[in-house]
Design a protein around this ligand. Structure first.
Ligand code: LLP
Length: 432
């Protein structure tokens, strides 16, 4: 019998990120070629994977009046925003900076929704001046400020209230947002009164209702619970003569990092639409704010093994990517798959994969079985979402470069930051 083919290492993202001929490819581009050309750490993304993720949502919503607003906090690099704008997406933004990015990427302002608990007056003014589609308002105090700013400018601000349905998204506490004691949204029992208040303000025009219960949700049940609670509110609000034009169910759909099986966007929406139809709300305009599920598994971060450091109780693999590039393990103890770009046939050793930053929290993966030598490249999986967008300059490390692949084409979409970039805004000491 011929020897069994070794199974390729585990890395989410197939078929766009996959092993062929003994090495890792992103679409039709060899990852090793990109690492050699651009250096490491290097983020590599598949544009086709992003388009396929949008298409899965579009399939699930076929025949409905729906707008997918990409939650750009997941990854706000301009070229990536352009991919989503061209695929027909609007954008969910949470800051004036994100507003400018969306506009720069060619987004139609009416397709932008503005979320977040702490919008400033300046951000409100700018968003009103460009004519965004909706403000997702998160408190009564914010309603009053937005009303004032809109009246000053002689316009009416389109608003939804973000209501907090008090359901448990069963995810990491730091990324669960729909519970009573989160800072987000307006409590379910206060929502009706807040709507009455909003409807009484001349600077505001009530257009919808919004909720977002958390992130990396891997089952349909919390969504259905939230939907039921939101529909109860919709009925109560409309009974008071305040019509709601759209329903925004936020984002939050999880991805596979390590063996999770979240529902696909189409399956999730099939279940939600069935419930909407059953309660007679199937005609409503729908807004969605997915982030991670559109980009998370469309990207990897390529890093070079600098040193192996075997120890008495732990063996460390020191790589050139760190917590400033990939903050999720340090922040949430998150698991990201780590796999060699060109697997070796030697027996593996169990390593803790760590970066060069001076913190014990600077680890990328623990207890990983890998056969590697210094100079090898590793791919950190599921690195499309909440990695580059949360990257920092800690330890005066410039941000990594980013490459976008589409078919056999690869484009550098962010050049590696230089040290001069890092201190450009700083001023030499001028005091005595
Ligand atoms: N809409 C709102 C109002 C949000 O706050 C968020 C995410 C989203 C949409 C998009 O959620 P997604 O579809 O990506 O789950 N840094 C964390 C995730 C923070 C999520 C914050 N809000 C992480 O790395 O897991």
């Amino acid at each position: 019998m011929p020897p069994a083919e070794p199974s390729p290492p585990y890395l989410p993202g197939a078929p766009y990120i996959a092993y062929r001929d003994g090495e890792l490819w992103v679409e039709d581009v060899r990852v090793a070629d990109l690492a050699r050309e651009h250096g490491t750490p290097l983020f590599v993304y598949s544009a086709t994977a992003m388009r396929a993720a949008v298409a899965a949502y579009q399939r699930g919503l076929q025949g409905r009046d729906a707008l997918i607003c990409y939650a750009m906090k997941a990854n706000s690099t301009l070229a990536i925003l352009e991919v989503f704008a061209r695929a027909g997406c609007g954008f969910d933004i949470v800051s004036g900076g994100e507003l400018e990015r969306a506009l720069r990427a060619g987004a139609a302002p009416q397709r932008i929704v503005f979320s977040g608990v702490g919008k400033t007056r300046a951000e409100m003014r700018r968003a009103l001046d460009v004519g965004i589609g909706c403000f997702n308002v998160e408190s009564r105090a914010e309603l009053d400020v937005l009303d004032e700013v809109a009246r000053e400018r002689g316009v009416r601000a389109p608003v939804s209230l973000r209501v907090n349905p008090d359901v448990d998204a069963q995810t990491h506490p730091y990324i669960s947002t729909g519970l009573r004691d989160n800072k987000f949204g307006i409590a379910h029992e206060e929502a009706l009164d807040a709507y009455r208040h909003a409807a009484s303000l001349r600077g505001l025009s009530v257009v919808g209702i919004d909720c977002h219960i958390g992130s990396q949700i891997t089952s349909v049940a919390p969504y259905l619970d939230a939907l039921e609670r939101v529909l109860d509110l919709v009925e109560a609000i409309e009974a008071e003569g305040i019509p709601l034009h759209h329903l925004d169910l936020g984002g939050g759909l999880g991805i596979e990092y390590h063996g999770e099986h979240p529902p696909t966007p189409d399956a999730l929406w099939q279940a939600l639409l069935a419930r909407l139809d059953a309660r007679g709300h199937g005609h409503r305009r729908l807004l969605l704010e997915p982030g991670r599920s559109l980009v998370g598994n469309a990207g990897i971060c390529v890093t070079e093994v600098l040193y192996t450091k075997p120890g008495s109780s732990k063996h460390f693999l020191i790589v050139d990517a760190a917590m400033n590039d990939l903050p999720r393990p340090a922040m949430y103890e998150a698991y990201h798959a780590i796999a060699p770009v060109r697997p070796r046939t030697e027996p593996p050793t169990v390593w803790d994969v760590v970066g060069p930053v001076c913190e014990s929290g600077d680890w990328l993966g623990r207890d990983r079985a890998l056969a590697v030598r210094p100079g090898d490249w590793l791919a950190v999986g599921s690195a499309g979402a909440y990695c580059m967008s949360m990257a920092s300059h800690y330890n005066t490390r410039g941000k990594a470069a980013e490459v976008l692949v589409s078919g056999a084409q690869a484009q550098l979409i962010r050049a590696r930051e230089t040290v001069a970039d890092l201190w450009r805004q700083e001023r030499a000491l001028a005091l005595d």
